[in-house]
Design a protein around this ligand. Structure first.
Ligand SMILES: [Cu+2]
Length: 205
């Protein structure tokens, strides 16, 4: 097999293994993240959209609500959305399937329930973190953005914005199913990419 074919096949397969992008809205209709619970696989990208108000997202620890995680974690900084959605999103790549708690560091938003959990368990869930947050004495923001990237929203995800009516903060089970069409789309696209890559490689050979 020529190196050209190998290179093209490798890039096509890389697309096929492509991770899912999981969109989470900050501030739709109040002090909430939507969804406030969702599943994510290693390599998936959390894409936080700031749709209203002036919020942030910080990774926390389950045993110290509304405080930054003591190891690792992420912080978006504040991305105001006072005249419609902020053009930037905060993207975080998931590197473990352990539960991840996150909160908004603005005012008392964490105490007021603006929190969420990735890969929840019974003991580490939105409900348990929100309950702990209620009695937190402080809401702490890290000094600077870290653990992810702030940048313009990719076009493909902004075009799949779901109607605001479906972004209910009480839906905690549906997010995993909502990522399936994307995954199927990625696979079908990459199968096409492989065919195209092989065809192109043969054309070159
Ligand atoms: Cu907030």
């Amino acid at each position: 097999m020529s190196s050209t074919i190998r290179l093209l096949l490798a890039s096509a397969l890389a697309v096929q293994a492509g991770a899912a992008t999981i969109k989470i809205e900050s501030g739709p209709g109040g002090l909430v993240f939507s969804p406030n619970e969702t599943k994510a696989a290693v390599g998936d990208v959390l894409e936080f959209h700031f749709v209203a108000g002036n919020h942030s997202v910080v990774q926390g620890d389950f045993d110290n609500a509304c405080h930054p995680a003591t190891t690792g974690g992420f912080y978006s900084g504040y991305l105001p959305a006072l005249n419609g959605e902020n053009p930037n999103v905060f993207s975080v790549t998931i590197n473990s399937t352990e539960p991840v708690a996150f909160y908004c560091s603005q005012g008392k938003h964490c105490q007021d329930g603006m929190v969420g959990v990735i890969n929840p368990t019974n003991a580490m869930s939105f409900a348990t973190y929100a309950a702990a947050a209620k009695s937190a004495t402080q809401n702490v923001a890290p000094p600077a953005v870290f653990g992810g990237t702030v940048g313009p929203a990719p076009k493909e995800t902004s075009s799949t914005v779901s109607p605001s009516g479906t972004a209910s903060p009480t839906t905690s089970v549906t997010p995993s199913t909502s990522t399936k069409p994307n995954g199927a789309g990625i696979i079908s696209v990459s199968c096409g990419a492989i065919v195209a890559a092989v065809g192109f490689a043969l054309f070159l050979a």
